[in-house]
Each structure stands twice: as C-alpha cells, then as structure tokens.
Ligand binder design. Structure first.
Ligand SMILES: Nc1ncnc2c1ncn2[C@@H]1O[C@H](COP(=O)(O)OP(=O)(O)O)[C@@H](O)[C@H]1O
Ligand SMILES: [Mg+2]
Length: 310
C-alpha cells in the first residue's frame, strides 16, 4: 500500500500556494483572489483554483460575466472542479478573467467532491488525496503561479489542496475559534507532507483584518500562532486593517481592492446622494485607498516568504 502511493507522488508546480486555515470568515478567499489577481497584474500567468463550497466571486466571474468559459457544460459553482476530479480529466479553467488570470471557480458542487474522495479512498487508498494534483499537472506548465483558495469545511478538502501545492500561507483573526482553525490546518499540513507531498512548506502566517494599532494584542496573537503552528513559523509583519465597508463594496462589485480604488476619483459623493443624484452604492469610500495599499504590501510579503521557503 505504502509503495503504491509513494509511486504516485506528484511534485506540485513552482509558485503554487495554498491560502488555508480551518476556520471560515478569516479572509482566505479575499487574500487568495488578491494574491492571484496581483500576480497576474504583475505579468505572471496565474491560475486561481477555488476549492471551497462558498463562491464569493471576488473577481466578478458569475455576476459580471468576466472571462471566457471553456466549451461544454458549465464550470461555475464548483461544477468544473467536480467533473475534472470525477472524470479524472485535466482542469478546465475560465480563461482571462483578467489579463493573465485564469480561474477554476468554487461553489456548492465542491461539497460533493468531499464525498467522492471518501468513496474512492475506500476503494483506491490514500493516493486519492492527489486527485487535484493530477488534474492540475497537465495544465500546470501554462502558469507561473497557482493560488488555491481552500475550504474550512472538511479535512479531505484541506488535504486535497495541500497535496497540490508547494507553499501554505495561513491567515487568521485574533479570536479563539480562528486559532483553533489553525490547529486543523496544522494537522493536515503534517499528514500531507509526511505521506504524499514532501515538497510542501509552511511559508508563514499572518493576522488579517485587525485594528492596526492594537500592537499588544498582535503580540499575543503571534504567541498563539507559534504555539499552534510551531515555534519556527514565519509570521508576516503586514496587517491588513479591519475595513468592512470598502471590503464589502469591492466584493459586491466583483472588483479587487486596487481596481475598486481606481473608481474613487470619479465616484459619486455623499452630496450627490443627499441631492438624489446617486445612491449609497455609487459612493466609493475613501478607506479603499489604505485597504488596497495594505493588501498590496501583504501580497508582496507573502511572495517574499514563499521565495524564502523555497
Ligand atoms: N480587510 C477587511 N476588513 C473587513 N472585512 C473584510 C476585510 N477583508 C475581507 N473582509 C470581509 O470579511 C468576510 C470574510 O472574508 P473571506 O475572504 O470570505 O473569508 P474566508 O474565505 O476565510 O471565509 C467577507 O465578508 C469579506 O468581504
Ligand atoms: Mg472563503
């Protein structure tokens, strides 16, 4: 059994990174979309793979029809991901969602992936955890960067992405349940690294969506992170502030923070709203500027840490 699965080992592509932790609502999808989007903007051919049942559509694929869909049945809502795994065929991304950026979208069908893996695990053994790595391998050479958004829903989905990437980057918030969520990814990280993906590296962890001046609290969270993920875990310095309004508005419009910030100079103002010339939704909050800047800094730091880990 062990020899059989060892023979199936697949080296993940260079520049492949999972954004993951076992807790929802900490910023995984937001960070994954920005990490991918900004790499693409910088000229790297990038693939974002969303292995999560909740499709937040940060890039406006579904709501605003961005990108060119592959021929054949829909790949939206996790259907493309599910089919590739089910039929053992290569992933078929939606192309050019932005210049240089292709996406395999998540959504409800990802929930079915978990069950498929369980079933196959019984018949085929632990090598099943490499299913996604196998579906990615035939198209991996098309990309300089691959970013995985991951699901907090189940161990099997976490293991599936960890088996397909070289780096793990862990966002967290400061609350206890986010810290507990890191325990799960930590467990899965160790199991996957030991059994199927020796190339996997912990690139670092970071506090996301926090009050940037709460430095005492940040120090306490750093201790929590080290206790949970291991003393040697690199911890990033950049803290993206908690800025609910611009984060929420940008996602609603299917725009990355930097893209949304570009609308600020031509945005309607509060006066326009009062005068009935515009609605609240037309007003771009000026806090998008620091939010976009902090996210850019975070992405640069993530890339540096991935390079170091390599
Ligand atoms: N910097 C931020 N400040 C406040 N809210 C944010 C920020 N970034 C993202 N959000 C919001 O937080 C929520 C959870 O983020 P999300 O990326 O979906 O987390 P996860 O993928 O871990 O569940 C979303 O509603 C998102 O719009
Ligand atoms: Mg998410």
């Amino acid at each position: 059994m062990l020899n059989e699965s060892a023979a199936q080992l697949i080296e993940p592509p260079e520049g492949s990174t999972v954004v993951g932790t076992g807790k929802g609502g900490v910023g995984k999808s937001t960070v994954a979309a920005h990490l991918a989007g900004e790499a693409a903007e910088a000229g790297y051919r990038t693939l974002l793979i969303c292995v999560t049942g909740q499709d937040d559509d940060d890039l406006g694929i579904k709501r605003f029809g961005r990108g060119t869909h592959p021929a054949g049945p829909s790949v939206l809502d996790g259907q493309g991901l599910y089919r590739a795994l089910h039929d053992r065929t290569p992933l078929q991304p939606i192309r050019e969602v932005r210049p240089n950026l292709d996406v395999v979208p998540g959504g409800p069908m990802v929930g079915e992936v978990s069950q498929l893996l369980m079933l196959r695990m019984m018949q085929e053994g632990p090598g099943v955890v490499l299913s996604l790595a196998r579906a990615l391998a035939p198209i991996a050479a098309l990309y300089d960067r691959v970013v995985f958004d991951s699901a907090p829903e189940s161990d099997s989905l976490e293991q599936l992405v960890l088996a397909s990437a070289k780096h793990l980057i862990v966002p967290t918030r400061s609350d206890d349940s986010s810290i507990l969520g890191m325990e799960r990814i930590s467990r899965n990280f160790k199991v996957v690294k030991r059994q199927v993906n020796p190339h996997l590296q912990m690139a670092g962890a970071f506090l996301y969506g926090s009050n940037r001046s709460a430095t005492l609290m940040h120090a306490a969270v750093r201790d929590d992170i080290r206790r949970t993920l291991g003393e040697g875990t690199p911890i990033l310095d950049t803290i993206v502030g908690y800025r609910e309004l611009p984060a929420r508005n940008a996602r609603k419009k299917g725009l990355l923070f930097g893209e949304y910030a570009e609308l600020l100079p031509t945005s309607a103002t509060r006066y326009d709203v009062k005068a009935g010339r515009a609605t609240d939704a037309d007003v771009v909050p000026d806090t998008i500027i620091p939010l976009a800047k902090e996210m850019r800094e975070l992405n640069q730091e993530i890339l540096e840490h991935c390079r170091k880990a390599a």
